[in-house]
Write a protein that binds this ligand. Structure first.
Ligand code: SF4
Length: 230
């Protein structure tokens, strides 16, 4: 499939019973009071950005009242405020905010996806759910591979999922397995022989940004690495 078809298929996936129930329960009964008058997406989050992007950003999973509400990656929550402000500073996003799918935001040269596409309770997907969703990530990496230059993994789950997809696709991955850390890097080689820089960053979750574990300068520095030649 092409990217549009892939996104359409992802958005109707029902492979994980626990997550299907959670995403739909939040959407129908568990809405945050401030969003009570809004329709919720309540489905898996498709990718967002340019179809043939040089850069992939891999998040963990949609937030219950963020992507699961708006239907767009990192849209309508605090994590997204951080991520899009940084992408705007780096020239990848047309505006620093992302509050709704019709807000006019455009991304340049970048596509945002996630290791798991449905909002998990407590932001914690199970191992079985991570495995179930991995094939969607495989397809995203496969479609991006011919023009891919770099990838940003937000958090260790995204880092591990990305390396797992790369291996399944027959890409060369350094051994021993590169360890996740903020600003960790690894050079992967696609099945077509293209070098791709994988950069790690602490996730833009409130847990990290409120506590100062991840600062704007740290995030900017990780994003700046994406433009370097692999
Ligand atoms: Fe499908 Fe992934 Fe959602 Fe599971 S988490 S239902 S595999 S889209």
């Amino acid at each position: 499939p092409d990217v549009a078809e892939l996104d359409a298929r992802i958005s109707v996936c029902r492979a994980c019973p626990r997550l299907v129930e959670w995403r739909e329960t939040v959407a129908t009964q568990g809405r945050r009071a401030s969003f009570a008058d809004q329709p919720y997406w309540g489905r898996p989050g498709p990718g967002f950005g340019e179809p043939q992007a040089e850069v992939l950003v891999v998040g963990l999973a949609p937030a219950a009242n963020g992507t699961n509400r708006t239907g767009r990656m990192f849209t309508g929550d605090r994590s997204g405020d951080w991520l899009y402000a940084a992408l705007h500073r780096a020239g990848y996003a047309s505006q620093p905010q992302s509050w709704a799918s019709g807000d006019g935001l455009l991304l340049h040269g970048i596509r945002i996806i996630a290791a798991v596409r449905c909002a998990p309770p407590a932001n914690k997907p199970t191992t079985v759910e991570k495995v179930a969703c991995a094939h969607w990530l495989d397809r995203d990496l496969e479609l991006a591979a011919p023009g891919l230059r770099s990838m940003l993994a937000l958090g260790s789950i995204a880092w591990d999922a990305t390396l797992g997809s790369a291996r399944r696709l027959g890409w060369e991955v350094p051994r021993p397995k590169p360890r996740f850390g903020h600003a960790a890097e690894a050079i992967l080689t696609t099945a077509g022989g293209r070098a791709v820089r994988l950069v790690g960053s602490y996730h833009v979750s409130q847990q990290n940004t409120f506590t100062g574990k991840l600062t704007e300068a740290m995030l900017d520095a990780a994003i700046a690495r994406l433009r370097l030649a692999p």
